[in-house]
Design a binder for this molecule. Structure first.
Ligand code: SF4
Ligand code: SF4
Length: 518
């Protein structure tokens, strides 16, 4: 893509997740912009998010390279007022001109390097790279601060609290860096503090630039042990080391919280989630030595307590290929879990391969009709397209049959006994067996019901019948159950009224509130 001499603007948005709040890792994707030779902008607030997007398109059109807009979750989740400018050029139609394929790789590479030189000139002039002065600069030891992304906002606030005389080099156009601006900044200070989340991306380049101009400036950052390389930064993460470099007390010492006895809880699916029922049912019938390959979605929580049904989970769509490998390598029963959205995204090719090679695996497609974990995006199995127009949903079971699988069953996981029976047959089947475990995401179902004014039933435990076996908590794991003084209760606020726990309780102690007994 980078080698293609693109004419229209192309902006790639990459949302990094320091802290891994909703990702499987907290990798620092700023290095991809360097590796791929694409310019990178990093917004530090909502306004810059909007302004930089526009600027990124302008840069892409000017130098004919894609532009990387790299954000982090704290910026993505922030809210604020926006100032809109005038609309730019009127909407245009795209045109495809010529065939941009060349086999002269050296010429292509040299072309990209030239474009990156132009990008450096733009970075040098960019309004997103700026120096902010705080309280003037006095004589004596001069300490400056460099920051990017959300750390610009943190640094501004902490410098304000410290009330020190300093300057902050706020960098928004971070690949390529504005070398002249940075070297000029380095040369004006005795010491610099670099504030950035994750890897020492800026710090390493500042060390190099300082060396190139033979500056004696001391650079404090991650390599000096002042800032952590892992984890999401908060104000407090930045406050202490920044104050230390300025020889001042931490303006934001950690407050000791009030002591509240909270129950220890693992991450878990929502109350009433059909994925819990799928895991519960399969756990009852699966051989003890089975190996589970999981995938990306809410259902990966099945890898945690009380199910612990995930020996591996990597990228989207990897579970089916992993299960094939596990089966071949170990000869043990291998089960792949994959969601409906992930199946359409990247599950069909490995399934075709599994069928073609007749691998002896069971694939469980956890079809809850939603891309629930990442915000309910639509996919080819939903009845709306990406523009929210009516669309014909593609049935996963039809696709699976089309790929040649012969054992294909659709179950409602909210019916535990029926689901167990299907899984028993699927695991015993020789070759690829596919079970589509289909029930709407409980969040969506509850919203729909509330929207239609339908009543959501409530459930309670008959304390005369309950024997405190705790199957509902320890084995089934619905978070709506809680224990007080050796008695088990259902929290009305959390309970979504699915009623599945009635099938789970071995002594029939759970009843619908207001329902007549017998
Ligand atoms: S499973 Fe039934 S009997 Fe056991 S603790 Fe829960 S409600 Fe009580
Ligand atoms: S009905 Fe039972 S399983 Fe369903 S949400 Fe309520 S407590 Fe949980």
């Amino acid at each position: 893509m980078v080698e293609t001499d693109i004419k229209g603007g192309l902006v790639l948005v990459c949302a990094d997740d320091p802290g891994g709040t909703s990702s499987v890792n907290e990798q620092d994707d700023r290095y991809i912009s360097v590796l791929a030779d694409v310019p990178m902008l990093e917004p530090s607030n909502c306004q810059e998010m909007k302004d930089m997007t526009k600027e990124a398109f302008n840069i892409a059109e000017e130098i004919h390279l894609p532009v990387f807009l790299r954000t982090v979750n704290t910026v993505n989740l922030s809210r604020g007022d926006l100032i809109f400018g005038k609309l730019g050029v009127p909407r245009r139609r795209g045109e495809i001109k010529g065939v941009p394929i060349s086999f002269d790789r050296t010429r292509c590479h040299a072309n990209i390097l030239n474009k990156m030189e132009k990008a450096k000139e733009l970075s040098e002039k960019s309004e997103f790279n700026r120096v902010i002065t705080f309280n003037g600069i006095k004589a004596g030891k001069r300490i400056g601060v460099v920051a990017s992304s959300i750390c610009i906002s943190y640094a501004e606030e902490i410098i304000g609290e410290l009330g020190v005389e300093t300057e902050l080099l706020a960098l928004g156009f971070t690949n390529p860096l504005p070398e002249k601006l940075c070297q000029d900044f380095i040369s004006r200070f005795d010491e610099l503090v670099i504030v950035e989340e994750l890897s020492p991306f800026l710090e390493t380049q500042f060390l190099k630039m300082a060396h190139e101009i033979s500056a004696k400036t001391k650079i404090w950052g991650k390599e000096t042990g002042h800032f952590p390389k892992a984890g999401q930064y908060r104000l407090e993460t930045v406050a202490e080391p920044l104050a230390k470099v300025f020889g001042m007390d931490n303006p934001m010492p950690r407050q000791k919280g009030a002591k509240i006895a909270l129950a220890a809880r693992s991450l878990t699916n929502c109350p009433g989630c059909p994925h819990r029922n799928t895991y519960y049912a399969i756990k009852q019938v699966v051989p003890e030595d089975a190996i589970f390959a999981n995938d990306q979605g809410c259902y990966l929580l099945g890898g945690l307590e009380p199910y612990r049904m995930s020996h591996a989970q990597y990228s989207m769509g990897a579970s089916i290929g992993l299960a094939c490998g596990f089966r071949q390598a170990t000869g043990k029963p291998a089960i792949a879990f994959i969601g409906d959205s992930t199946f359409f995204h990247n599950g069909m090719s490995p399934l075709a391969n599994a069928v073609h090679h007749n691998y002896d695996i069971t694939v469980v497609v956890m079809d809850n009709g939603a891309t629930a974990m990442s915000g309910f995006q639509l996919h080819p199995g939903t009845d709306r397209d990406a523009m929210c127009r009516e669309a014909v949903p593609i049935k996963i079971e039809d696709v699976v049959r089309g790929l040649g699988a012969t054992f294909v069953e659709v179950v409602n996981p909210n019916k535990i006994e029926e689901t167990k029976e299907v899984f028993q047959r699927a695991i015993a089947h020789k070759g690829v067996s596919v079970v589509v475990s289909k029930a709407l995401c409980k969040l969506m179902e509850t919203r729909e019901k509330r929207g239609k004014g339908l009543e959501i039933p409530a459930y309670e435990i008959d304390q005369e019948i309950c024997n405190q076996c705790k199957v509902c908590i320890d084995v089934y794991g619905c978070p709506a159950f809680y224990e007080v003084a050796d008695k088990i209760y259902i929290d009305d606020v959390q309970c979504t009224g699915c009623g599945v726990c009635q099938e789970v309780c071995p002594v029939g102690a759970i009843t619908e509130k207001g329902a007549e007994n017998g």
